[in-house]
Design a protein. Sequence first.
Length: 229
Amino acid sequence: MADRVLVARDHGSSQAAVMKWHDRMGRLAAAIRFRNSQTYWENRYVAGGTSGVGSYDVQAQYKADFINGFVRESGVASVIEFGCGDGNQLELAEYPLYLGIDVAAPAIERCIQSFAQDGSKSFMTYDVRAFADRARFLHADLALSLDVVFHLVEDDVFEAYMRALFNAADRFVIIYARDRDEAPPLKRHVRWRKFTPWVERNVTGWKLSQLEPAPLAEYQDFHVFARVE
């Protein structure tokens, strides 16, 4: 019995190592071919990469605990996520109804396959520069943005994304990111942005109702915005 447990553990460790290797290779290939934020993620997923460390293991569980608790306590009936990634974070989610949107078709294809038997979840791709939903066909109680804002390196993409995010929310918006301005060297796909002033200037009828600081340096902060009646 002990031998079988040891073999299972070794197999699990090997699978994790292979996944991490594929993710590193995916990130490297995407970085080398970097042109813009959308193609970066398309190339990363095509090369076998994942949504990143923030969507796996303890960080994913931390985010899931916060959001699942918020959904329950606030009576959220539907969730729309802009930047759902490969769906690994979603495996831990407890949402009544869900729509996941992403710019990378390979990521959406993974989600469709992973949740093929789940009738409560829908997925679609979109191009932020060719997207307008003024009639609000796409909307939900809660709009989510997890580990996305700091990957929007182009100003027009950031603006369009933020407008779409708040436009799709009926009651709440949750943004998981650091609220600061910084562009790390040698990381062309990362640009930290101080987004709360943008919300104050450009989005009416919303207020920052809760700020949950990151528990560790490698984590982000939860910013919860609520619609003002």
